[in-house]
Design a protein around this ligand. Sequence first.
Ligand SMILES: Cc1cc2nc3c(=O)[nH]c(=O)nc-3n(C[C@H](O)[C@H](O)[C@H](O)COP(=O)(O)O)c2cc1C
Length: 332
Amino acid sequence: MNNLSRQFSIAPMMEWTDRHCRFFHRLLTRRALIYTEMITTGAVLHGDRARLLAYDAAEHPVALQLGGCDPRQLAQCARIAEEFGYDEVNLNIGCPSERVQEGRFGACLMAEPALVGDCVAAMTAAVKLPVTVKCRIGIDDQDPEEALEALTCAVERAGVAALIVHARKAWLEGLSPRENRDIPPLDYARVHRLKAAHPGLCVVLNGGITDVDQVPAHLPPLDGVMMGRAAYQEPWRLLAVDPVLFDETARFASAKAAAEALIPYIERELARGTRLHAVTRHVLGLFRGVPGARAFRRHLATEAIKPTAGAAAFRAALAFIADIDARTVVAA
Ligand SMILES: Cc1cc2nc3c(=O)[nH]c(=O)nc-3n(C[C@H](O)[C@H](O)[C@H](O)COP(=O)(O)O)c2cc1C
C-alpha cells in the first residue's frame, strides 16, 4: 500500500488547497501527489464530514492531512479517510499557529516525539493506508540534530510510510505563521543528513523550492520534494512536473489549454451553487510572461467576484490570453 510516488507533491495549504484548487492542479500534472488543507480531528469527527472530506475522483492520488494529538481520535479519522478513499493520511507536526498550539498539536508536537510515535502507531494499526508525517527540523531553541532525530526514530518505529520535512525551524512565540515560513533559515543539509542516517525511510524535502527544475538535485538521495507556495502562486510551473520528473508529456500543451479544460468543472460547480470566484481565485497566477495575463487577472478580479458571475466571465478572461506553447510558458 506504500507504492505511491512521492517524488513530487503539492503541499497542504489552509484556505488554498481546497478541492477546487486540487482539481485545477490535477489538470496541470497527473503525477504530483496532492494534499488537502489540514483538517482537525475535531472537525472530522464532529463537523460536516461529508463536506469537509469531499473531493473529486480526478484528484487521485490525494492525501488527507490531519491535525490532532489524540491517538484514538487520529486512528478513528484515519479509518474515515480510508473509507472516503484517500490514498494517504498525513499528520501535521509543522503548523505553528496559535490556534493549533492551543489544541496542543501541530509544530509544538516536535517537543513530544513519544506522543507522536503513539499517534502514528495508532493510525498505522487502524488502516492499510500509508500514514505519513509532515514536520519541521525543530522548534524554538531545540537542537535540530537531536529534535529531528528523536521524532524520526519515534515515527519510524511506529511504521510511518514517509517523513516530509519542512527544512526550517518554527518559532512558536514571536513569529506569525507567515513569518515562520520565511524567517527561520532553510537547512537542506539537515534533511540530507537525516536521509543518510535513515536510508530505509522515505524522506521528502519541503521549503523554499521555487521551480520544478530544482527537484532532481535532491533525488536521490532524497525520495521526494514537496512544493507549496510556488505551486499555488505560479501554478503554470506544475506543467513541467510530468515532462521533467517523469519523462511524460504534460497533460495539456499550454496553460491556456489547461484553463479551458477547467470550464466543464466550473459549469458543474456553478450548477451545484458554488460561486465562480471560489474556483477561479486559484487560477489567478496561471499565466506569466504570456501576453494578456494582466488583463486576465483584472477581468477575474472585477467580474468573477460578482455573486451571479457565470462561466462566461471566465471565458471572457481567458479570451485575453494569447495562445502560447507550454514550453514557452514553462521557460518564461
Ligand atoms: C497559505 C498557507 C497555508 C498553509 N497551511 C498548511 C497546512 O494546513 N498544513 C501544513 O502542514 N502546512 C501548511 N502550510 C505550510 C506549507 O505546507 C509548506 O510547508 C510551506 O509553505 C513551505 O513550503 P514552500 O516554501 O514550498 O511554500 C501552509 C502554507 C501556506 C503558504
